[in-house]
Design a binder for this molecule. Structure first.
Ligand code: PXL
Length: 270
């Protein structure tokens, strides 16, 4: 084995396996990397309550201990964050990035689970904006999160997505991917990449049926895997779009409520 390439996710557990830390570790494996994880929250979904999500944050001191373990081997080649669960966990994450001089940092500013449209924890969302975006190589908000972070509210057009990306770039992240996915009207799933000067519009035809639970986490994890493998940010984003599209094409109906992506879809197709 040549040099091991290390990746890290600081995120929540999605018991249904499509999103969260499960998405991240499966994706890191597909990218040929050795994945570490620091667990921040446990999310359960209740079939007796219409798939209602319960979110259980883990004590920030335990998150700090996990990060101490992981960084005992030095910085990783690339890392990402997902659902963080509390302001204290955001602060612990900020300290770990700074103390370890960690580079290649992907901040996925998770505020809600799919289908829910209220910010789970506004204080945590603000802390991610203020403490983590300035440390980010890439921030990867979905359409809803981009509307919140930019202050523009609900985004409905490509032009609004671009303006949101520009405003989020001003919050300190070096690059922004607004994951529009299928959330914008029309036939195309549209994401945009902005590096502070140029926009790149990434488009694919919408996939039906859209088994896309976990697509956002998987997209961000794939960018992380690409950066760890030495791709430029733009190359990593372009490849991640292909990776997540294949994951959606190969997704499946788990039950009446949820259809997760299959993280190995890109491998099956290539
Ligand atoms: O897709 C957002 C998300 C992120 N992280 C965890 C989740 C979810 C949505 O279900 O459970 C742990």
């Amino acid at each position: 084995m040549s040099k091991i390439i290390k990746t890290l996710t600081i995120a929540g557990s999605d018991s249904s396996g499509g999103a969260g830390i499960q998405a991240d570790l499966k994706t890191f494996e597909e990218y040929g990397t050795y994945g570490f994880s620091a667990l921040t929250t446990i999310v359960t979904m209740d079939p007796d309550r219409g798939w209602h999500h319960n979110v259980y944050p883990i004590d920030a001191a335990i998150v700090a201990e996990q990060l101490k373990t992981i960084f005992a081997g030095g910085p990783v080649d690339a890392m990402k964050t997902g659902m963080l669960g509390s302001v204290e966990i955001v602060q612990v994450t900020e300290q770990a990035i700074k103390n370890n001089l960690q580079t290649n940092v992907v901040i996925d500013p998770v505020m809600v689970c799919k289908g829910e449209d209220e910010v789970l924890n506004p204080e945590s969302a603000n802390a991610i904006r203020d403490l983590l975006l300035p440390l980010a190589t890439v921030a990867t908000p979905n359409l809803f999160e981009a509307g919140v972070l930019s202050g523009l509210g609900k985004l409905t057009t490509l032009e609004e997505m671009k303006e949101a990306a520009r405003l989020i770039h001003q919050l300190g992240t070096k690059n922004v991917v607004v994951k529009g996915g299928k959330a914008l009207g029309g036939d195309m799933a549209i994401d945009i990449f902005f590096d502070g000067s140029e926009y790149l519009v990434l488009e694919t035809a919408k996939i039906e049926p859209a088994h896309n639970h976990g697509a956002g986490c998987t997209f961000a994890a794939a960018i992380t895997g690409g950066l760890a493998n030495g791709l430029s940010v733009k190359e990593a984003v372009v490849k991640a779009k292909d990776f997540v599209s294949a994951a959606i094409r190969n997704g499946y109906a788990f039950n009446q409520y949820v259809g997760p992506v299959f993280h190995g879809g890109y491998r099956l197709e290539n």
